[in-house]
Ligand binder design. Structure first.
Ligand SMILES: CC(C)(COP(=O)(O)OP(=O)(O)OC[C@H]1O[C@@H](n2cnc3c(N)ncnc32)[C@H](O)[C@@H]1OP(=O)(O)O)[C@@H](O)C(=O)NCCC(=O)NCCS
Length: 194
């Protein structure tokens, strides 16, 4: 099946959240959240090198919109149920549609940290990947130094499968190990001996 032909719902809804694809015009809202969260993003995300302008955020949104349309990446914005208040970003990335397999990424706006929104997002995205997209495997990858992210994976029932030692550099240049957490479709392992 050509992934570009896969129909996807307008949004994923949870008790508190509305999760949808990026759309042209989301740039200012995204930019405000990035600026608010800048110190945390700069410390953890390699793409956060320089504070973006509103125009750069709008450009990013439009590229994400195109990638979502062709199913080469599935970036998403997370809003409260009011559909206006931006909470953070997530998405299904680095996919292999043949498996199918996806990696969930996430960051939360500083003023919404520590309230369980990321956990709620990851649970919903995992259900979406395994239910709607037929995922056999969903991964979360994070630095060994990112304990908050590790707690999200563990709270959502992901299993720590491995540790890639000296796998990458942190934004500050420090070497990091990458922890790989995963969930698999249980039925796919029925009868498997290992
Ligand atoms: C990593 C990151 C996404 C974690 O965000 P978070 O707010 O800790 O995650 P959640 O939204 O799931 O909130 C969980 C916290 O809220 C608390 N909480 C409050 N209400 C809750 C609820 N209803 N459900 C679950 N947890 C709740 C939990 O106890 C937990 O606190 P604790 O970790 O101190 O025990 C965030 O720190 C971040 O954006 N960091 C920068 C970017 C980043 O590192 N991204 C990940 C790269 S791999």
């Amino acid at each position: 099946m050509n992934p570009a032909l896969i129909d996807l719902p307008e949004a994923i809804e949870t008790p508190r959240l509305y999760i949808r694809r990026p759309l042209p015009g989301d740039g200012p809202v995204l930019n405000a959240s990035i600026i608010e969260t800048w110190e945390s993003l700069q410390a953890t995300m390699n793409w956060a090198q320089e504070r973006p302008t509103v125009e750069e955020s709008e450009t990013r949104v439009r590229h994400q919109c195109a990638a979502f349309m062709t199913r080469t990446d599935l970036p998403m914005l997370v809003f409260l149920s009011d559909r206006r208040t931006h909470v953070g970003c997530t998405g299904l990335h680095r996919m292999d549609w043949d498996v199918p397999r996806f990696e969930i990424g996430y960051w939360v706006r500083s003023s919404f940290e520590g309230q369980g929104y990321v956990t709620e997002t990851v649970r919903a995205l995992t259900d979406f990947a395994m239910g709607t997209l037929g995922a056999q495997r969903v991964e979360i990858r994070c630095s060994h130094r990112n304990t908050r992210s590790q707690r999200v994976a563990e709270r959502c029932g992901f299993t720590l499968e491995g540790r890639l030692r000296n796998d990458a550099r942190e934004p500050d240049g420090e070497l990091r190990d990458t922890l790989i957490y995963a969930k698999i479709a249980e039925a796919s392992r029925a009868g498997a001996s290992t």
